[in-house]
Design a protein around this ligand. Structure first.
Ligand code: ZN
Length: 456
């Protein structure tokens, strides 16, 4: 397992001694890790800790902010990514995608394994399932949590930590407490608390174990349990005989044993389109984890049997209505629209939203981004350009705001007869505006605010 994990590219470089022996130690002494070797929490799919939670707890043990550690320790180990600045790489510490199956997760696992001298951190992500699961809609964009699990952590006297299961997008319930997962609400304009250890609200700083949660439906709990079982088996999946047609083999077996080989009947039973079944059975499209959980639920078998194409005993059960369960498959039916209506709707959307990106348009038209790119390549290219321009504008706006605030603070401190040191200005910006600047923001703001003429 260790050999298959990606290692940081600069890790083998002797000129970058992030770990080694302190001076004067015997040369045959074992190497020392840069960070404390903190033990991850959890022992099964429902309790396994996520990588982002582990990273936050490691930073807390060292009295450092996660963004600072990501900037100074994680980003240098990645060896740089084309088109990405060190700021972009460091900002990944806020994203649950580092628990997913993409290259981003691989980089973080490699870097954290290196810094802590561990070899097992990949089980805190979905990386071992990367051959089986596409990254599409796998990891939730926002954090979710079960207050009852946090209360159990408090009673047990351990740090509160986030479960890997909660990071999965289609999981909406805790299988242990049968409660619907909650999320920390947002208050527009409010200054969030620092991003440190898990289990505390960034809105008001209180313990999230006090939050109320409602009971989940039986279907939500069952889907969460199926995915928890899959995570439990994550260590045993590597090396299993998987091929891209494993799902096709499973579906063909199901169609033959329950529907006389009729794929249309199978599609109707699962509540998906016939073309979707065709794509899966001919290896033209991969099923997301939500799809796989849906299939496993419909036939009463583990997800692992579905993805490995095993021939197992099936226990078909009725699918709940779309209204009763938030985890039922959402069909994107926009592709059925005739060309005339599709392009008229797209043109109207683009003229009403001149800064919209391709993802916004795809959501509006209820199609996948891939479908939009294939069906309307010219409009898609325009939308991508618009999205990039919007992103650049946001960055420039943020930097200009910081520079202006820096100059105003500098001038006001001078006018009051004070000494405008870097620390004084930073404290002033934090106290008055709630503005926190990183090291490179400060360097840029100092340079720009002194070189540019004062704005009118
Ligand atoms: Zn729970």
């Amino acid at each position: 397992m260790q050999n298959s994990q990606p290692q940081p590219s600069r890790a083998e470089n002797d000129s970058f001694p992030l770990r080694g022996l302190p001076g004067g130690w015997p040369i045959d002494a074992p190497p020392r890790s840069l960070f404390f070797d903190l033990s991850p929490y959890g022992f099964d799919g429902a309790t396994q800790e996520s990588l982002i939670s582990y990273f936050r707890r490691v930073c807390w043990q060292h009295g450092l902010l996660p963004r600072t550690v990501a900037y100074h320790a994680i980003a240098p180990l990645t060896g740089g990514i084309a088109g990405w600045s060190t700021f972009d790489i460091a900002d990944e510490c806020y994203e649950h995608a580092i628990c997913g199956v993409t290259e981003r997760a691989a980089r973080w696992v490699g870097a954290l394994n290196w810094l802590t001298l561990r070899t097992d951190l990949c089980v805190m992500t979905m990386l071992p399932l990367r051959e089986l699961l596409p990254p599409f809609h796998l990891i939730a964009p926002k954090a979710k949590f079960c207050p009852a699990c946090y209360r159990e952590d408090e009673r047990a006297g351990r740090q509160k930590y986030d479960r890997l299961l909660w990071a999965v997008d289609c999981v909406t319930a805790c299988p242990l407490h049968r409660l619907r997962l909650a999320s920390d609400y947002e208050v527009p304009g409010a200054k969030p608390f620092p991003f440190t250890i898990p289990g505390h609200s960034r809105i008001n700083g209180e313990s999230l174990s006090r939050r109320k949660s409602v009971r989940a439906t039986a279907h939500e709990v069952e889907v969460a349990r199926l995915i928890a079982d899959l995570i439990s088996n994550i260590k045993h999946i590597q090396g299993a005989p998987v091929c891209e047609y494993s799902l096709a083999v499973f579906l063909k077996n199901v169609a033959e044993s329950l529907f006389n080989g009729n794929a249309t009947e199978l599609a109707r039973y699962l509540g998906v389109s016939k073309s979707q079944i065709h794509g899966w059975t001919h290896g033209k499209s991969r099923a997301s984890l939500q799809n796989l959980a849906h299939i496993a639920y419909a036939f009463g078998c583990p997800i692992l049997d579905v993805v490995l194409g095993n021939k197992v005993m099936l226990s078909p059960r009725r699918r709940p209505s779309r209204e009763r369960s938030p985890v039922i498959l959402k069909l994107a039916n926009g592709y059925k629209a005739p060309d005339e209506r599709f392009f008229a709707e797209l043109q109207g959307f683009m003229s009403r939203n001149p800064s919209a990106c391709a993802l916004d348009a795809a959501r509006h038209l209820q199609v996948s981004p891939r479908h939009l790119r294939k069906r309307a390549p010219e409009q898609h290219a325009t939308l991508v350009r618009q999205g990039l321009a919007r992103q650049r504008q946001r960055v420039e706006h943020r930097q200009n705001t910081q520079d202006e605030a820096w100059r105003a603070s500098y001038n006001s401190i001078i006018a009051a007869g004070g000494r405008p040191s870097r620390r004084t200005i930073l404290n002033d910006l934090r106290a008055r505006l709630g503005l926190k600047l990183g090291y490179h923001d400060v360097i840029r703001a100092q340079r720009n605010s002194l070189s540019r003429p004062e704005s009118r």
